[in-house]
Design a protein around this ligand. Structure first.
Ligand code: ATP
Length: 308
């Protein structure tokens, strides 16, 4: 527990014949951190995660997971790691409680079953068969199963793929409960909103490398990027009357123009706009003020990589 890093990777490479799936990755994950791994299909995410889990040999580089080399996994090491797979079908006929009891039997020091049920919000479903749960409840059970061995490090592979928004929120609540327990979490996801909501740090993979890494709000220079202010002028207002900074962002000179400007000083720029509109009693109904989203940054990073 005293090691500040749960994971340390240096110069990791993996080839499958001629295919270089992972081409030199360096990464450290602190204990208690939630890291989201993002990246397009084929970027090397699964390969990297499976090397960390001890399920795939590497071609080169050094890897330490919970202080050990995953290339030589021991039973004691495996017990410190929880893995939530995308779809695990084997439990259908068992109830939630029976499933947890079965998994608990695999570990020397499992968590308390009732406590784990409560932590994942499954109290009302504890006697229901796993096969009869909704998608969101099922994922909560998966999280409970990953927690039952009381692991220090948990791998979550696309935990909410195919979920409706409500089920996704339920799953996020369960994942947040793991964070509260101080677990280190490696989350692979294709949903930017999920990474934004859950992760302390994001690593963007593309073509076998990490192309950007940082806090969701800062990655890729996000914190320094301009804010976009946009609106549509009502028919009675002409774009040529707008304050100069907005005139330049109008898509036509006439009335009803769509206007979009980027600014590093959103408060002052907005004040200029709203004062102008108030003085003339002009409504700006679809006024929007938008910071670049994690998705904007992700698309830019992975597009740049695709173009290079
Ligand atoms: P996805 O988001 O689609 O899961 P990924 O980022 O997880 O993609 P990987 O599954 O790690 O990507 O694959 C990286 C590259 O390695 C791809 O080009 C893939 O075709 C190749 N690859 C993966 N597994 C094998 C294998 N067992 N044998 C040969 N090539 C493989």
């Amino acid at each position: 527990m005293s090691d500040p890093h749960a994971i340390e990777i240096s110069g990791l490479r993996k080839s499958y014949g001629d295919v270089e799936a992972v081409r030199g990755i360096d990464l450290r994950v602190k204990s208690g951190e939630v890291l989201a791994i993002l990246g397009p299909n084929g970027a090397g995410k699964t390969t990297t995660v499976e090397i960390l889990e001890g399920y795939r040999p590497r071609s080169a580089g050094s890897v330490s997971v919970l202080g050990a080399d995953p290339a030589n996994p021991t039973r004691a090491w495996r017990e410190r790691i929880g893995i939530v797979l995308q779809d695990c079908e084997l439990l259908g006929q068992l109830t939630v409680r029976e499933s947890l009891a079965m998994y608990a039997g695999y570990y020397r020091a499992p968590r308390d079953i009732d406590e784990t049920i409560a932590l994942t919000g499954l109290q009302e479903k504890s006697e229901s068969r796993a096969g009869h749960l909704s998608g969101g409840q099922r994922r909560r059970l998966d999280v409970a199963l990953a927690l039952i061995g009381d692991p220090e490090l948990i791998f979550l592979d696309e935990p909410t793929t195919g979920f409706d928004p409500e089920a996704r929120r339920e799953a996020w609540t369960a994942i947040d409960s793991m964070r509260t327990l101080g677990k280190t979490i490696i989350l692979t996801t294709h949903y930017m909103e999920e990474a934004q909501h859950l992760a302390d740090r994001v690593a963007v993979f593309a073509r076998g490398r990490i192309v950007a890494e940082g806090a969701p709000d800062e990655i890729g220079g996000r914190a320094e990027m301009p804010t976009t202010i946009s609106f549509t002028l009502p028919p009675k207002a002409a774009a040529s009357d707008l304050p100069p900074v907005f005139r330049a962002g109008a898509q036509s000179d006439g009335s009803g123009a769509f206007v979009s400007v980027e600014t590093h000083n959103s408060v002052e720029t907005l004040n200029e706009l709203t004062s102008w509109a108030l003085e003339r009693a002009i409504e700006l109904e679809d006024l929007s003020v938008r910071r670049p989203s994690l998705e904007d940054i992700y698309l830019r990073l992975t597009d740049e990589e695709g173009a290079s």
